[in-house]
Design a protein around this ligand. Structure first.
Ligand code: MN3
Length: 254
């Protein structure tokens, strides 16, 4: 398996798959504990982020463009999906292509730019894909099923309390952003989060496997301003077995 295809497999199986585990909702909660292979199929059906070649793709809307009327009008859905969401998909692919080029040529002069682009467009693609599937017509909306209600009650003290928190969190986001109900894979709890800038140099749903602390407190006594020396040196003390164990665990979750 080439580095590129193993990376794609990794992305599909961990960070992108984990989006479903993190954000899709109740049916996933009990399923996570079992980590049966069918869960993966279920998640990928829910969130179609990539095609078989590892390119990000714009998913079709799961309903007609006027299905959300009168709450969200047809023209808004059309612009939002066909223009805004589509531009996140194109931007994420462009960032991946340029990062591939950097790896191939060894020229990382623009790595900061392309990582930022990947975070911005990748997060936009993931969050919008979830957003569309989170919505349906008023006639079909219904209410949380028993399992979701149980989880919301356990972690928020009730469905109404959860709803009030999510409403207030969403209203009070500064500037543009999102209100989010998330499942935290590491604590196994539901949580409400705000995001002001959805990129924030991460891609939603990613599960950390290997982290390098580059705050000055992590290296300044020995390396002072030579962060690059510290970062290069740290690779001689990585516990790769631990990283592999985390990848294995993440694949089972996502
Ligand atoms: Mn949007």
């Amino acid at each position: 398996m080439s580095n590129r295809s193993s990376r794609r497999t990794f992305l599909k199986q961990t960070s992108l798959g984990a989006v479903g585990a993190t954000l899709v909702g109740a049916p996933i909660l009990s399923a996570v504990a079992d980590a049966k292979p069918s869960i993966l199929a279920m998640l990928y059906q829910t969130d179609k982020l990539m095609d078989d070649k590892g390119k990000y793709v714009l998913p079709d809307l799961p309903y007609a463009k006027d299905a959300l009327e009168p709450v969200i009008d047809k023209a808004t859905v059309e612009f939002h999906h066909d223009k805004h969401h589509a531009s996140y998909v194109a931007g994420a692919n462009k960032a991946e292509e340029n990062l591939q080029k950097a790896r191939d040529t060894g020229d990382f002069a623009l790595v900061k730019h392309w990582e930022r682009e990947l975070a911005f467009h990748g997060s936009g693609h993931i969050l919008h894909t979830i957003y569309w599937t989170n919505l349906t017509s008023q006639a079909k909306s219904g209410k949380p099923n028993a399992e979701l209600e149980k989880a919301l009650t356990s972690d928020f003290g009730g469905v109404d309390k959860f709803k009030t928190q999510l409403v207030n969190a969403s209203i009070s986001v500064e500037g543009s952003g999102w209100g989010i109900l998330a499942y935290h894979a590491l604590t196994k709890k539901l949580t409400v989060l705000q995001t002001e800038k959805h990129q924030d140099l991460t891609v939603w749903g990613a599960i950390p496997l290997l982290v390098i602390d580059v705050w000055e407190h992590a290296y300044y006594l020995k390396y002072q301003n030579r962060r690059a020396d510290y970062v290069n040196a740290i690779f001689s003390i990585i516990n790769w077995d631990n990283v592999a164990e985390r990848l294995d665990a993440a694949r089972k979750i996502g």
